[in-house]
Design a binder for this molecule. Structure first.
Ligand code: CA
Length: 279
């Protein structure tokens, strides 16, 4: 007993310290356990999750009836009782006889071209889809504008609405011209305009009887609209045929639908309308 008393006396401070630390740890453990159980009983504290709204980019073609497969409206009879076809979703404009051609005030239209849909079975085998020189890029129809021998100008227009502003879009317009031996490089020209900005490609740049593409990037303005205008003109009293098919508008983050098609021109001769011909 004496030894025990002596031990207590000698180590009393150490024993008190051990007891105090044990007591503190016990209390701390109880608090921790109580908190853990508390949390486990669906008593979580929910912090607000701040999420940046994600812009949903529609990656489908924004051009309606871009392949000219969806039908048309017959236009009122033109010169020579000609019935032109206005493709659904597009506005067809023809320069009136006697009016100047686009961006060419000294050349007047002398004829009304024929603008129609050509179906695959109306074409020779080599010009049908899968043929050696196909005139149809997609589906069963291609849109053709031609005149056997008069200066003319035509325009196809479509306004795409509801686009997310600030998005960069790529517009791709495949075109083909048949020059019929034209010796003036400006004898036939085509152009693409997005919200009035664009440029012309001449017939020699486009090449005779081959597909080329007008392709432009455009940022969607605040009103969410991009107006697509495609123009074709023939300057002299000689035959010209133009073909257009499979027009696309996609976000520029998507690949071009025709990555290997040569551009109709590598240089733009005009960046903005000089003569606005709008209804
Ligand atoms: Ca087509």
């Amino acid at each position: 007993m004496a030894i025990f008393t002596l031990f207590i006396r000698k180590y009393r401070y150490a024993l008190l310290t051990v007891l105090a630390v044990t007591a503190i740890l016990t209390v701390a453990l109880q608090i921790w356990w109580a908190t853990a159980v508390y949390a486990a009983e669906d008593q979580f504290i929910y912090l607000p999750i701040i999420q940046k709204p994600e812009q949903v980019i529609d990656t489908s073609n924004q051009i309606k009836n871009g392949s000219f497969e969806n039908g048309w409206t017959d236009m009122p009879p033109a010169a020579g009782n000609l019935i032109n076809q206005q493709p659904f979703e597009w506005t067809l404009f023809l320069i009136a006889i006697g009016d100047p051609l686009f961006d060419d005030p000294n050349t007047l239209a002398e004829g009304t071209p024929e603008s129609i849909h050509k179906k695959s079975d109306q074409l020779p085998p080599q010009e049908q889809p899968g043929g050696a020189t196909p005139l149809i890029l997609e589906g069963d129809y291609v849109y053709k504008t031609f005149h056997f021998g008069s200066p003319f100008g035509t325009e196809l227009r479509q306004t795409v609405t509801g686009l997310p502003s600030g998005t960069e879009m790529r517009i791709t317009v495949p075109l083909q011209v048949h020059l019929h031996g034209e010796t003036d490089k400006y004898g036939a020209e085509t152009s693409l305009w997005i919200n009035d900005v664009g440029g012309w490609a001449n017939g020699f740049e486009m090449g005779d009887r081959r597909w080329c593409k007008h392709e432009r990037l455009a940022e969607v303005p605040a009103n969410g609209e991009l107006e697509v205008v495609v123009r074709m003109k023939s300057k002299w009293a000689s035959a010209k045929d133009f073909f257009i098919d499979d027009v696309y508008m996609l976000p520029s983050s998507e690949p071009s639908p025709y990555p290997n098609m040569p551009p109709c021109t590598n240089s733009l001769h005009l960046e903005r309308y000089q003569t606005a011909v709008k209804e």
